[in-house]
Design a protein around this ligand. Structure first.
Ligand code: NAP
Length: 284
């Protein structure tokens, strides 16, 4: 199996590389310097050289607040580039795995979002990622679009490390308690990506760790597991205005993912415990 990974130096990209390598695939992990996914000529050249059977697009513009001002870059990387990759996948008969986001939804639902729910992004990042999904569907390639949320893992900028860094040396920390969703641990996601792509059951999927929490609940668990004594106090989104609006409730329903995979993802609490015990040192 020849697997091309874009954005391979990113948080998810490096985990996907590890997962496919572990499974014995021939992996081509391309960082941005090796392949800029907004460059159609470069994509064509790369496909010609590598002739991948599977392409996992882990490249994205992921600065949610930055996208509000860097609108054009966000739409080029998240909106247009997936279409370019999809068209090239179709031409070379490769299947495409693309990672999308809970932020394509408006967050007003009282229930976890189904794959069939209508997207309605409330910020530029979400709108750009939705355009990317549409581009892939229209490209005519065989695709897996996997929507994920609240990623954390090794080698990236994420909430768990941020909380640990902020908590050190402080008695208390305020964390928003009115946005809910589900954390997703990159090693668990990478396993699901490799498993799903092996099924040949193309389509749109949701994948997160099991369970729903708030950022406040997430932070409390992180502190508890790390042995710190910092008090995590609840506060509202309104107390911490950010350039981009966030969906208030963006939990994702995992049907049909769990059925196709044949297993339920580990709980988010177990995932945080695994990360803190195995990878996080208090010197970080
Ligand atoms: N992080 C989350 O909480 C979250 C939540 C929901 C969905 N997602 C989605 O999950 C996927 C993986 O995210 P992540 O957290 O692993 O992001 P990440 O760590 O920011 O990695 C993204 C990678 O893409 C690269 N990249 C940016 N523009 C590129 C271009 N034009 N060509 C090639 N590479 C480019 C970046 O390189 P530079 O570092 O050089 O810019 C970076 O290495 C993305 O699709 C993201 O939208 C993430």
């Amino acid at each position: 199996m020849r697997v091309l990974i874009t954005g391979a130096a990113g948080m998810l990209g490096r985990q996907v590389k590890e997962e496919f390598t572990k499974r014995g695939a021939t992996v081509y992990p391309l960082a941005r310097k090796d392949l800029d996914i907004t460059d159609y000529n470069a994509i064509t050249k790369t496909f010609k050289n590598i002739t991948p059977e599977t392409v996992v697009n882990c490249a994205a513009y992921t600065n949610v607040d930055g996208a509000e001002t860097e609108k054009e870059v966000a739409f080029a990387v998240n909106g247009l580039a997936p279409r370019l990759l999809g068209l090239t996948c179709r031409k070379y008969n490769a299947s495409m795995v693309h990672i999308s986001t809970d932020y394509i939804f408006n967050g007003q639902s009282k229930k976890p979002y189904l794959i069939s729910d209508i997207p309605d992004p409330i910020n530029i990042y979400g709108a750009s990622k939705l355009m990317g999904e549409q581009g892939i569907r229209e490209s005519g390639c065989n695709y897996f679009i996997i929507r994920v949320s609240w990623l954390f893992g090794l080698g990236g900028k994420h909430f768990v490390d941020t909380i640990l860094k902020l908590a050190k040396g402080r008695d208390s920390l305020k964390v928003v308690n009115d946005q809910q969703g589900s954390p997703t641990y990159t090693p668990d996601l990478a396993r699901a990506i490799a498993d799903l792509s092996g099924t040949g059951i193309y389509g749109t999927y949701h994948y997160t760790n099991s369970g729903i929490t708030t950022w406040h609940g997430f932070a409390k668990k992180v502190i508890e597991l790390s042995g710190l004594t910092t008090k995590i106090e609840p506060c509202s989104t309104a107390e911490f205005p950010r350039p981009a609006r966030r969906p208030m409730s963006s939990a994702l329903d995992l049907f049909p993912t769990t059925r196709v995979l044949g297993y339920t993802p580990p709980s988010w609490e177990d995932a945080v415990e695994h990360y803190i015990k195995n990878y996080h040192t208090m010197e970080d």
